[in-house]
Design a protein around this ligand. Structure first.
Ligand code: NAI
Ligand code: PYR
Ligand code: MG
Length: 571
């Protein structure tokens, strides 16, 4: 890829410049820049390169004992110097991504109020709803905003309602893995209260200490925000993250046809899982349509995955929607989703996949008429088992060995985060199936030992971060007016085409996180090209230039030249 160093004209000097993480270079300011920007006496004598700074910061990172302290260290680095923060993590991607993202970020968010030092992003508080536009403009006036990542923190990274959190980590991943310019992103928390009693009881809780606002008032608050984004940044992609399942689905449906919106838990997770499954069926030399798929946990992720795979069966394998729906067996907290369940136990998004109760006559059920996972597995003999339930250990040895009896190469994805909530430890799934399972997890796990001295099996990390930065960058690159299903499938197909298991069936089902920036770049190109095909790209250049434009638009953590200019950038 090409790289061009630009010169920036800055109106900031002295401490203002040193304390601005976007522009600060710390000891890497050159002797000339120190003179020009009034920094000479504010810095020690010796100028460092970025590599030297990264070496020093890496040693400091290593000296932090546990993951949460490492997370805090990196967070404070981000408050000081963006180039150093992203440069350091980019140089140590596999080691540091789990620190700034899942699994560690979940713990950091759970302790947010206690670890709090400095705020980041935009907080929109329900009690200040009448001032929302003022607060929004205060943070965004004069800025280019290409991407807004918004959360109401109701379902954070598998640990539930945390009141405030997550959008900054998701937004950092856009920069790290997608090359999105961090200056052009905005992380937003919609603080509508929390139903987490521990937080409400905590005197240090920094969010609005109030029960969650729901219903009409909630909808109006979110709508006001969405309309503000549309009014001031009409081309910007609006990414919804970790909303509670009912709101997540409803918001996507409400805005999807009119605005470039994207729900990561539904669509991003659906897309990365589809890619892993496409690779897995390549290994088993079958098709998507050949599968019998059990999805355990029919929330945002489970329903998003189900719909994504169903749509791909229709698009790629030519099934009708009705035929494709029949390939799925969904379970939630009331067991199998079947027609005899009371209607309030079946979410609207699950309606397409409800199994007829008659089909289950004679299959054991509990005294409430619920059919559990093991009995579903015994009856269905699934080829694919996907977990997104937050129920640690739900895929027991019985479940896995029963599945193995009906599938030579069982495909088992336990996607719940953080790692401790995984439905089955991939090491166990590997052992219980004699090394025959095709595995993926939501957080990183070490490779599994294979029988008969075969090489270790790399567990694919099936996390939406392997695809959402590329989906987002592709959409904002071509200023797409929407994020369509076809764009998402194009991204998933490109991701699957890069999977190691395509070349070697004993290798991982998805590319390694080491190469996630390259992978997301390829996804972005595929997504933008698809937007051109659908006639929804809104730029002056043509489809054939997509790759070149994508390269030019990448933000990279390198120090660029500065010149002082009193009319230059001042924020
Ligand atoms: N790997 C990845 O990229 C992603 C992983 N996830 C993870 O997936 C999990 C679920 O996330 P969301 O779908 O956003 O949450 P969610 O709350 O929308 O869905 C969880 C579902 O599991 C169900 N459930 C709870 N207990 C159950 C039980 N005993 N049996 C069956 N189902 C049960 C809940 O009723 C709910 O419908 C979390 O751990 C999350 O971190 C979510 C998004 C992306
Ligand atoms: C990865 C992600 O989006 C989640 O666990 O919610
Ligand atoms: Mg999420």
């Amino acid at each position: 890829m090409t790289s061009t160093r630009r010169t920036h004209r800055l109106a900031l000097r002295g401490n203002e410049l040193l304390h601005n993480p976007r522009w600060n270079k710390g000891t890497a300011f050159t002797i000339e820049e120190r003179k020009e920007f009034g920094l000479r006496g504010r810095l020690p004598s010796r100028a460092n390169t970025l590599d030297e700074q990264c070496g020093r910061a890496y040693a400091q990172f290593q000296s932090r004992g546990d993951a949460i302290h490492k997370n805090t260290f990196l967070h404070s680095l981000k408050e000081q110097n963006w180039v150093l923060y992203y440069g350091l993590i980019a140089r140590n991607l596999k080691e540091m991504t789990p620190i700034i993202y899942t699994p560690t970020q979940g713990d950091a968010i759970a302790q947010y109020s206690h670890l709090f030092r400095r705020s980041e992003g935009l907080f929109l508080h329900f009690p200040d709803k009448d001032k929302m536009e003022e607060d929004y403009l205060e943070q965004t006036k004069g800025r280019t905003i290409d991407l807004v990542v918004v959360t109401d923190s109701e379902a954070i990274l598998g640990i539930g309602d945390q009141g405030v959190g997550i959008s900054t980590a998701k937004s950092a991943i856009y920069t790290l893995l997608g090359g999105v310019n961090p200056s052009n992103t905005l992380a937003v928390v919609l603080d509508v209260g929390t139903d987490n009693q521990d937080l409400l009881n905590d005197k240090l809780y920094v969010g609005w200490p109030h029960k969650r606002v729901r219903g009409k008032e909630y909808d109006e608050f979110v709508d006001k925000f969405v309309q503000l984004v549309r009014k001031h940044h009409p081309h910007c992609l609006l990414h919804f993250e970790d909303f509670g399942v009912s709101n997540a689905q409803a918001l996507l449906e409400r805005y999807n046809d009119t605005h470039a919106v994207f729900n990561d838990d539904i669509q991003g997770t659906g897309a990365v899982t589809l890619a892993a499954l496409m690779t897995a069926v390549g290994v088993t030399k079958s098709t998507l349509a050949d599968q019998r798929i059990v999805v355990y946990g029919a929330g945002s992720a489970g329903l998003g995955i189900t719909r994504q795979i169903r749509d791909a069966m229709v698009q790629a394998d030519g099934l009708s929607v009705e035929e494709a729906n029949k390939r799925f067996y969904l379970l939630d907290r009331f067991g199998l989703i079947k027609s005899s369940l009371p209607s309030d136990q079946i979410r609207p998004a699950a309606h397409d996949f409800v199994r007829p109760a008659e089909e289950w006559d004679g299959v054991p059920q509990n005294n409430k008429g619920e059919t559990g996972l093991l009995d579903v597995v015994k009856t269905v003999r699934p080829t694919v088992l996907i977990g997104c339930s937050t129920q640690a250990g739900a895929f027991t040895k019985d479940v896995i060995t029963t599945m193995k009896e009906g599938a030579e190469r069982p495909i088992i994805f336990s996607l719940s985060n953080p790692s401790r909530l995984v439905e089955v430890d991939p090491k166990d799934a590997n052992d219980w199936t004699g090394g025959m399972a095709l595995l993926a997890t939501g957080s990183p796990f070490p490779p599994a030992k294979m029988p008969n001295g075969k090489k270790d099996y790399i567990i694919a990390e099936c996390n939406n971060a392997l695809i959402y930065p590329g989906l987002g960058y592709g959409a904002l690159l071509c200023k797409s007016r929407r994020m369509t299903d076809k764009m998402i499938i194009a991204g998933a197909q490109r991701l699957a085409s890069l999977a190691p298991a395509l070349k070697d069936p004993d290798d991982a089902l998805l590319p390694d996180f080491d190469v996630a920036p390259h992978v997301n770049f390829e996804i972005a190109v595929a997504v933008a090209e698809q937007a051109f095909d659908e006639g929804i790209a809104d730029v002056s250049w043509g489809k054939e230039e997509t790759r070149k434009k994508a390269e030019e638009g990448l933000w990279r953590p390198v120090y660029e030249e500065y010149k002082f200019d009193k009319d230059g950038v001042d924020w």
